[in-house]
Design a binder for this molecule. Structure first.
Ligand code: HEC
Length: 176
């Protein structure tokens, strides 16, 4: 009796191993990603500007990019067609809900570059070249009165841009 039970348990064990092995064969884990595909994801620009690519552009050049690729959703001067698509003006100090835009809220210009490069235009993300992203980022900063239209934005000058709300955030990363 005892032996039979052991044999039965052993059989169940083997059956389980066979089942796991065969189910592993049918799990579709996909194919390894290639280096060139990975490049399309490895685009993160940090707040300190690390990760900014080569290239440069001015707001003067960015106007044309904005008009053809952004204006449909963000209107001619970036006022937007809704609260979400408003890129200019705004106010963090009004009594009601603050109006958050690139100009009033975003603490780092590098984040504008990073966001535009990865997420905009919303109908065709990642379709702009790095140079176009520099140009249109310059234009959005210019529309907010943060830089002038001739400033050549590149990995160095972009990090030097001081956004109006840079000091409006509290670092709680060390909070207990
Ligand atoms: C098809 C419509 C569309 C187009 C074209 C488009 N955007 Fe946007 N954009 C949006 C929407 C919608 C949001 C809000 C997304 C959200 O809140 O999640 C947004 C958000 C943004 C923001 C963040 C705004 C904020 O204050 O949070 C920036 C910056 C921006 N877009 C820049 C651009 C630039 C530059 C272009 C052109 C290269 C562009 N967008 C083209 C629809 C669009």
């Amino acid at each position: 009796m005892h032996r039979k039970l052991i044999r039965l348990l052993a059989l169940i064990g083997i059956a389980q191993i066979v089942f796991i092995a065969s189910s592993q064969e049918t799990v579709r884990l996909g194919t390894p990603i290639s280096e060139s595909q990975l490049e399309g994801f490895d685009l993160i620009v940090a707040a300190d500007g690390s990760g900014l690519p080569a290239g440069s552009g001015t707001a003067l050049q960015g106007k044309a990019v904005f008009e053809s690729r952004c204006q449909a959703c963000h209107s001619a001067n970036g006022e937007g067609t809704s609260g979400n698509t408003r890129l200019v003006g705004g106010d963090m100090h009004s009594a009601g809900n603050p109006i958050r835009t690139v100009g009033s809220y975003w603490p780092y210009a590098s984040t504008v570059f990073d966001y535009v490069r990865r997420a905009m235009p919303a109908d065709a993300p990642k379709s702009l070249s790095d140079i176009e992203v520099y140009q249109v980022t310059a234009y959005v900063l210019y529309l907010n009165g943060i830089i002038d239209q001739y400033l050549i934005l590149n990995s160095e000058t972009l990090t030097q841009v001081k956004m109006p709300n840079r000091d409006g955030f509290i670092d709680e990363s060390q909070a207990q």
